[in-house]
Design a protein around this ligand. Sequence first.
Ligand SMILES: C[S@@+](CC[C@H](N)C(=O)[O-])C[C@H]1O[C@@H](n2cnc3c(N)ncnc32)[C@H](O)[C@@H]1O
Ligand code: SF4
Length: 384
Amino acid sequence: MLIPPPLALYVHLPWCVRKCPYCDFNSHQGKDGLPFDAYVDALLRDLDHDLPLVWGRTVHSVFFGGGTPSLFPPETIDRFLQGASSRLRFAPGLEVTLETNPGTAEHGRFEHYRAAGVNRISFGIQSFDDASLQKLGRIHDSREAEHAVKLAQDAGFDNLNLDLMYALPGQTLAMAEHDLQRAFALQPAHVSHYQLTLEPNTVFFARPPQGIPDDDLAWDMQEHCQALLADAGYRHYEVSAYARAGRRCAHNLNYWRYGDYIGIGAGAHGKITVGATQQVLRRWKVKHPTAYLAAAGTPDAIGGDDDITPERRPFEFMLNALRLQDGFALADFTATTGLPAKHIATPLEQARQRGWLALSGTNVMLTALGRRFTNDVIELFLDH
Ligand SMILES: C[S@@+](CC[C@H](N)C(=O)[O-])C[C@H]1O[C@@H](n2cnc3c(N)ncnc32)[C@H](O)[C@@H]1O
Ligand code: SF4
């Protein structure tokens, strides 16, 4: 029996001052004359169109992702949140995150984001080394990054995430450590620590930069940085996510627990469980901002719909849940996929015998060995 899991709201804001050469997110270059107000109108129309899928349900987190959401003036974020809260029931204590590029932080802006209801800021810092930031094509330097974080703290934000990347062109182990030390000095509640990947359809993929660390060095950086993060009080809870006590990202945790989310905005993806019909539906919106602006709120804005059949759910579930250090409870597998635990008894046992998964009571998690073969583990659950 499928039981609809907690519901979140993802809002995609698709513009950036400049496209970074490593980035494959749906982000488009633009700064002046962006149609912020028209886009908020489009988001609300888009939300209206998706509402029948989630009637009566409560939203537990909102995430403004991008692109660079901090390009949007606070008044537009305020107008969106007011419109959304009149259409959806917001849970008390709702987490509201806004992704921010430090190069767009302006004095006075954070107070207004906070007044609008944003209570968590996620900064795209990437590195505190100015030469690395230049190679990454970033619009900010390390001084601006520190200044932006302090502006947010002065405005009263205490729930901050800093995104850092490692295995950067020309980076040494000492440089990766130095980036973390500079981050710790700012006392963020959360750190996301990503290995730079060369994604197809990016400039870096077509022309890889010189000096990308090899796999051995990247592995050393990861191990060393994990230890530093642990020493500094950040608990590793997902592949790339580390948090102080009580500061895990509720929005992302919901994805990893195979929770539900409405996705609005250009190219946004959503996943909704419909109890009445026992369906798990995925829906995504057209990617290009111009096409999205024109069609939002009509069927033409839907890029596609997919009904996830029961056979496909175990794979999807594992793809998410095995990212979590603590794994998952079998009862949650059953509630979110609608399948009894015995449905996956065979692949679970195969993975356990190979030393990839550990079962403690009714909880399942990857072992250290399993983490090195995550893709193989997940594949065991394909079409099950
Ligand atoms: C959508 S971006 C949001 C932040 C904001 N747009 C910015 O860059 O300042 C989310 C994060 O994903 C990470 N990221 C983007 N592309 C990546 C790549 N190719 N490899 C690893 N991490 C990447 C970066 O750390 C980035 O801050
Ligand atoms: S600012 Fe962020 S979203 Fe925009 S291009 Fe750079 S990494 Fe991608």
